[in-house]
Design a protein around this ligand. Sequence first.
Ligand code: PGD
Length: 758
Amino acid sequence: MAHWGMFEAETVGGEVTAVHPFSGDADPSPILANAVGSVRHRSRIAGPAVRRGWLENGPGPSDARGADEFVAVGWDELTGLLATELRRVVDRHGNRAIYGGSYGWSSPGRFHHAQSQVHRFLKMLGGYTRSEHSYSLGATGVIMPRVVGTHWKMFARSTNWDVIARETDLMVCFGGVPLKNTAVNDGGTSNHPTRGALDALRTRGGRIVSISPLADDLHGEAERLAPRPGTDVAIMLACGYVLASEGLADRAFLDRYTAGYDKFEDYLLGRADGVPKTPAWAAQLSGLPAETIADLARRMAKGRTLITVTWSLQRVRHGEQAPWAGITLAAMLGQIGLPGGGFGHGYGSMNEPGLAPVPYPLPTLFQGQNPVSDSIPVAAISDLLLNPGQQYDFDGEHRTFPDIRLVYWAGGNPFHHHQDIGRLRRALGRPDTIVVHDPYWTPMAKHADIVVPSTTSLERDDLSCTRNDPLLVAMHAAAPRFADARHDYDTFAALATRLGFGELFTEGRTARQWLEHMYGQWRGFVEADGADVPEFEEFWRRGHLRMRTEEGLTLFEDFRADPEANALRTPSGRIEIFSSDIDGFGYDDCAGHPTWYEPEEWLGGERAREFPLHLIANQPKTRLHSQLDHGATSQASKVQGREPIRLHPDDAAERGLAAGQVVRVFNDRGACLAGVVLDDGLLPGVVQLSTGAWYDPLDPSDPNSLCVHGNPNVLTADVGTSSLARGCTGQHVLVQVERFDGELPPIRAYDPPVVRQR
Ligand code: PGD
């Protein structure tokens, strides 16, 4: 199992030579092919290594990270160095001086999951400063609990695809339903039903409207509206204006199920600020004709309408507003809780939304409590390291950044996920010590002081399943451990033993015994649900088991049926169109109701005069994030070895560019090279460069060096969505593009750094 699907691997000599998708998968992902050749790739970390400067001078801030060479050490020495350094930091600075946020997708598997392992270990060490929320859903994770009392239930219990295919008349998709993202699911998946569901909806006569500057955000036939990026909230407000002013809003629904609509309506109709949010107002912001917007709103009110908002729309400045305005619009239509109507968030953002959930808990590695209470919003990593002691606002609280001395990372790649890499590199120069566990010499591993080689999931036995997939899968190791790599569990077990809490960490179990133990615990839940479960050995031999799933769900169906008994976990128990709590925080960048805010990075503003192209830095089609960027599917998409940047032919012609050329993409934060692909499915003025090309600085000693490979996060701004959520805003950035005429630098991203033997 991989995050991108279930498969069988063929191996020769410890290497994967072919992969075969699960026969039950309706639409297997081409990303699977990246696994071929991945176990023994030259970018694997062959053994433990320590940065020379750290080894010779001891712990301390250093700007040499990322440019220094490494020294190979044995496992025993590595364990000793790590134990001594952890002890030093805890004794001298306290556990809150360890940042163990360690964000990242790592690999699937319920036991050998890097985040679970590192967090369990650090909790037993006495705790660590943690991170909250995710790069995926930074804004949603904060705003939606305040509006509907939950955010994860919106995906885990979303309206199922079969209900949409059967019931929806009009599916209005802000951000489209990009099929490429449904290839992946955190923890794996056994099926990819999205394409089939959209086709079934169309066959039945349902209509789809895709609202996106990129035509391929929706496959197949659809009405396509291409607004200026970042203006969806204005369009939603204008649709709401039409419903309110033409008597099409469902007052009975608003009265019974929502709170604060009247305050919002004052804003919508311009009574509060003198600006009615009319279609003409939204037209001038979005570039869509006013009549198209008005017509869309009227059509929404005519039949069963589902409003969907992708996660990408909240990964921008003021990202709280798109899901909030989207659910408000759906509430005005009065169809929330009706089959095929209402609201959906994340269709096409990951495979999970639209899939039926398993009704009981999954096998889980118990992690325990974190004795340290400090935490940061996950995308504040550079702020944290650069500004110890500084106060900041977050979700109604005033917090202070702790003074971090040691950063512990396992299973993530901040050089992929974080914005403004130049700033990130300066921030990573501040702590005394950086520890990274990874199977590969990712840019993050190259910036570490202590490098711990991990196995990949292909080298481990594990259990795999996710909350919205019917299969529990026995992941059989496909290859032996590469070189001197170790399972993260074994590394932490040895370290815990050295630090005196080995028994507490391992509970006396080997990795295999943990699988049996977790299976045994889970078995109790299934049997309580009335099903028979085989013994572990039998399950392991069979390869997978089918779990019960709750089919035919409609989001908020129970709330609609009985809003008192099934009140939402909000202060009013209803959908909060106006939140007194948020209003009370007094933020100037997040008011008490959905609001249009002009972003800094958009084509309608001052900054676009200097950087006139709007870059969409979205998720790649050919890999998951930065994982296996060296794999065949990812490599086939590159242009002269660089990440492809798509431009509209008119924008290319204006700059004298042709397909296949290499360009320099730049703004005042940084620059990268990329390879030109022309696509008239892009709105002119919009360019698209996916995340995930491994950061490859021309001059590794310069934090603001040109990235010769095409990582868009050298360009993006390190600024939160708002004072409320401080979520990641990496999706949008303004840039300029010009032909690169110099000698083309080689790609060194996958080359290991210099590692000297002693
Ligand atoms: P991955 O490339 O998945 O990226 O960011 P994330 O850090 O999750 O990194 C996972 C790492 O785990 C890889 O280096 C892999 O080798 C390692 N790994 C795999 N298996 C193991 C293991 O068993 N043990 C250990 N120790 N390591 C392992 C993703 C993040 O990026 C996300 S979720 C989103 S949604 C964001 N999206 C955007 C965006 O839209 N635009 C921009 N500009 N930036 C983004 N960044 C965010």
